[in-house]
Design a protein around this ligand. Structure first.
Ligand code: FAD
Length: 386
């Protein structure tokens, strides 16, 4: 069951790519994802393979060697990846979001340098916005930038950075010293190979354990002038406008997890017998399956609608937030039901829904919590109401 409700405007190549990714994810990524969750290792180990398949350059223009997929196709691919490996999907989603920011805001030379190699391990991207004291309130960042003749020196600490252990490029929000507050927030592209950047892995996560999460320490890291993205004072806009579209990726991740849960619970309900019949024949269990199917379908439609606005060239903030809010919260409800339908069997590691239940939990938290999505949706409605 793909995310694509109708193939309108998509080519046969797009549809073929989506189904190829689905097959690859099921056969190759699923066993790895299970191992990353229970033992060790991370998506980084398969990055070269993902790059060879074009999965790291889904949104990169063809002129740089990318696949230049419509955003709907990108969302459908994130959904297929998430169904079999939630950790791979968020790794690809964050890397892709950083690529889109570079494409939108970097000068030609920087675009050429980064995006031509975007399929390679050496150009892995991360989005470094959050800090210990600045989560939902992104504008509260304390990471400092000091301007010098030919660039900036950046110091501070970024928290929770996906892809942070191996990324080369960090899209970073920092506060420029010595200018009025309104002009102080700036977005920089930091080269992780430059002196002064250190990484510390965050261990002990509830879910998506195959996805790297790191604290990034910045000690006087030098950034040349041309790696300021946007103007002084536009940094928050650069980050938030990108996050807006990025949220579709997290919605697609949640939707993939939800679809896996629905398939697991449907299959289990038709095989497991109690009181002499399959449990799926009991109304209470059938209700859980039916409610999950309806919510999954609603998620897909919200995601498709939001991704379509991006493809039409004017991403709709409200639509992106609705997709993220609904897909992530319904994925958690569906994962809960999947465990419930499995009874005690769903409570142990051997059962995949146990992992999916934990993996789903982060989706209403990162790239803007559900509470923040509701604020965005209400604000957009208020704006339209005048
Ligand atoms: C696994 C993982 C990966 C992540 N990856 C990245 C990454 O790659 N890059 C990055 O920059 N960040 C990343 N994050 C950080 C993530 O985006 C933040 O955790 C998230 O934005 C919430 O911020 P916080 O944790 O500081 O919570 P807080 O902002 O402190 O929020 C705590 C609670 O208060 C609520 N709250 C806060 N403000 C309001 C309000 N105004 N109204 C109502 N409720 C409110 C929140 O909704 C939440 O329920 C990641 C986080 C995790 C867990």
């Amino acid at each position: 069951m793909s995310l694509v409700p109708d193939a309108d405007g998509l080519t046969d190549d797009h549809l073929m790519l989506i189904s190829t990714v689905a097959e690859f994810a099921q056969s190759e990524l699923l066993p790895l994802d299970r191992a990353w969750d229970q033992y060790s290792g991370a998506v980084y180990d398969v990055l070269p393979q993902l790059g060879d398949m074009g999965l790291l350059t889904l949104c990169v223009p063809e002129v740089f060697g990318g696949l230049a997929c419509p955003y709907r196709v990108y969302a459908a691919i994130i959904h297929e990846l998430a169904k079999w490996s939630p950790s791979t999907s968020v790794t690809v989603a964050v890397h892709s979001m950083v690529g889109r920011i570079i494409q939108k805001y970097a000068n030609d030379a920087l675009q050429d340098m980064c995006l031509r190699g975007w399929a390679g391990v050496k150009h892995f991207g991360a989005f470094a916005l959050s800090e210990a004291g600045a989560g939902s309130d992104a504008a509260a960042v304390r990471t400092m930038a000091v301007e010098e003749d030919d660039g900036y020196r950046i110091s501070g600490e970024k928290m929770w950075i996906t892809n942070g252990m191996h990324a080369r490029w960090f899209l970073t929000l920092a506060r420029l010293q010595g200018v009025p507050d309104s002009e102080s927030l700036c977005a920089f592209l930091i080269d992780g190979d430059d002196p002064g950047l250190q990484r510390t892995q965050i261990h002990g996560k509830l879910g998506i354990r195959g996805s790297e999460t790191a604290v990034i320490h910045l000690d006087q890291v030098f950034v040349p002038k041309d790696r300021l993205l946007g103007q002084h004072g536009q940094g928050l806009n650069v980050c938030l406008s990108s996050l807006n579209e990025g949220r579709i990726g997290i919605a697609a991740q949640a939707c993939g997890i939800a679809e896996a849960c629905l398939e697991e619970m449907t299959s289990y309900a038709s095989h497991r017998e109690q009181f002499g019949q399959p449990i799926g024949k009991f109304q209470a269990v059938a209700d859980m399956v039916a409610d999950s199917a309806v919510e999954l379908e609603a998620s897909k439609n919200l995601i498709w609608r939001a991704a379509s606005t991006v493809d039409r060239g004017h991403s709709d903030r409200g639509a992106c937030s609705m997709a993220k809010l609904y897909a992530s919260e319904s994925a958690n409800r569906i994962a809960y039901r999947a465990v419930q339908v499995h009874g005690g069997s769903g409570f142990v590691q051997e059962c995949r829904v146990e992992q999916l239940f934990r993996d789903a939990r982060v989706t209403p938290i990162y790239e803007g919590t559900s509470e923040i999505q509701r604020m965005v949706i209400a604000a957009e409605l208020a704006k339209k109401a005048g």
